[in-house]
Design a protein around this ligand. Structure first.
Ligand code: GLV
Ligand code: MN
Ligand code: MN
Length: 400
């Protein structure tokens, strides 16, 4: 199956008819269908399929025990109503690049693996890159087992329901010790390559970023009979906090987003008792992220005092800045003849592997609008083909 046939086979999986976006949440039916697709692509190529204890799937060409293996790939899960490219482009391109190497008669001197990392987006259990973090040990297995989805079901329960053993969560030294490097190809999530007029670029760094949960508590009461002055309305405190986050991020040249909200009891004619809101904050450096979150928290607390509400802020995950491997990037530049170098505000499994000491690089494929984490995410077929060509050239350089 070539690139287009693989792409078409995945296209309908987990796609919501109304929004046109993807809902491929970890261990959902859609995620299981993606896993089957991955197994089929591996099997069709005679690649050995291995799943680690964290649900990360790998397809291997060659003997991993030879060591210094070259891993590529990305993820197949999505954010709520995500686009088709974030993740799948890297996995499909990896299979297409392996096909290109084989057609050229390349005989790798080290194993080539294709990864599909579990729960990269953290859309179900809240922790981004859970699969790669568990693999590398930066997310503790005990914490992961207890993570709950929006229905209160733990990851451990979900894994058992999918015939996986939650006791197997955790680092996989056998794999980590044999990895030489990781290359993740990804759709660009901005317009940097449009501005450079180039179909493919290479990553320099990932901005530090994190997720904080704001729990606002007030007093539920009747929307019609409670005078405005008598209210303790957590929605008001939240609303002002969202405005403050936006303003502070603009002032600091950072990013702040409240994209997820859980309101109780969520009735039109009742003042809420509780609002939970998740802040996603990012900036080019860690001090700016910290200052931003501190400032938003201070303003939220001050407003809570005036509204008669309570607030607690819980850090759910923080990812420090990542600088990708310089010598690998130089090799990319040599092989591809010089491509734009871009930093990104998006998180990736590539960042987790690099932080764990595995030399890592990322190739970006041009996105004409820059839209991502939304159904309009797109890359032109000719740019996807340029991405496969670039990835195949790089893999050939790395394995021969
Ligand atoms: C992952 O795509 C993220 O940056 O949140
Ligand atoms: Mn994403
Ligand atoms: Mn991604």
């Amino acid at each position: 199956m070539g690139f287009e046939a693989m792409w078409d086979a995945l296209a309908a999986v987990g796609r919501d008819r109304a929004s046109g976006g993807y809902r491929r949440f970890a261990w959902s039916d859609a995620d299981m269908a993606c896993r089957e697709w991955f197994a089929g692509a591996a099997c069709e190529r005679g690649m050995a399929l291995v799943e680690d204890g964290n649900g990360n799937a790998f397809a291997w060409w060659g003997d991993l025990d030879a060591g210094n293996a070259v891993l590529t790939g990305s993820h197949l899960d999505s954010v709520p109503d995500g686009g088709a490219y974030d993740g799948p482009l890297g996995v499909v391109s990896a299979f297409a690049a392996v096909d290109a190497l084989r057609e050229r008669g390349v005989e790798p001197r080290r194993a080539v693996g294709i990864a599909s990392f579990a729960d990269e987006e953290g859309a179900r259990f809240g922790i981004a890159c859970a699969g790669s973090r568990l693999l590398t040990g930066s997310l503790a297995a005990d914490r992961a087992r207890g993570l709950r989805d929006r229905d209160g079901v733990t990851l451990a329960e979900v894994l058992r329901g999918r015939q996986r053993n939650p006791d197997r969560l955790g680092p996989t030294p056998r794999l980590l010790d044999r990895l030489g490097c990781f290359v993740e190809l990804h759709v660009e999530q901005g317009r940097g390559l449009v501005e450079h007029g180039a179909p493919v670029g290479v990553a320099s760094a990932i901005w530090p970023h994190g997720r904080w949960r704001f729990d606002f508590r007030g007093e539920a009461n009747h929307a019609g009979t409670t005078p405005m002055r008598d209210r303790r309305d957590p929605m008001l405190t939240y609303a002002m906090t969202a405005l403050a986050a936006n303003k502070q991020a603009r002032l600091a040249d950072a990013r702040a987003t409240f994209g997820r909200l859980d309101v109780a009891p969520n009735g039109t004619n009742a003042i809420p008792s509780r609002v939970q809101a998740w802040l996603d904050a990012r900036a080019p450096d860690e001090a700016t992220v910290k200052a931003l979150v501190d400032q938003v928290t201070r303003q939220a607390e001050e407003r809570a005092g005036r509204d008669g509400t309570d607030l607690t802020v819980t850090m759910e995950s923080v990812t420090p800045a990542v600088a990708f491997d310089g010598s690998l990037r130089d090799r990319v530049a040599r092989v591809l003849g010089g491509v734009p170098v871009l930093s990104t505000g998006a998180g990736h499994d590539a960042g987790v592997l690099q932080a764990a000491g595995i030399p890592t690089t990322m190739l970006f494929v041009r996105n004409p609008t820059g839209v991502s984490h939304a159904p309009d995410e797109y890359a032109e077929p000719s740019d996807c083909a340029a991405g496969v060509t670039a990835l195949a050239l790089l893999l050939q350089e790395l394995v021969t």
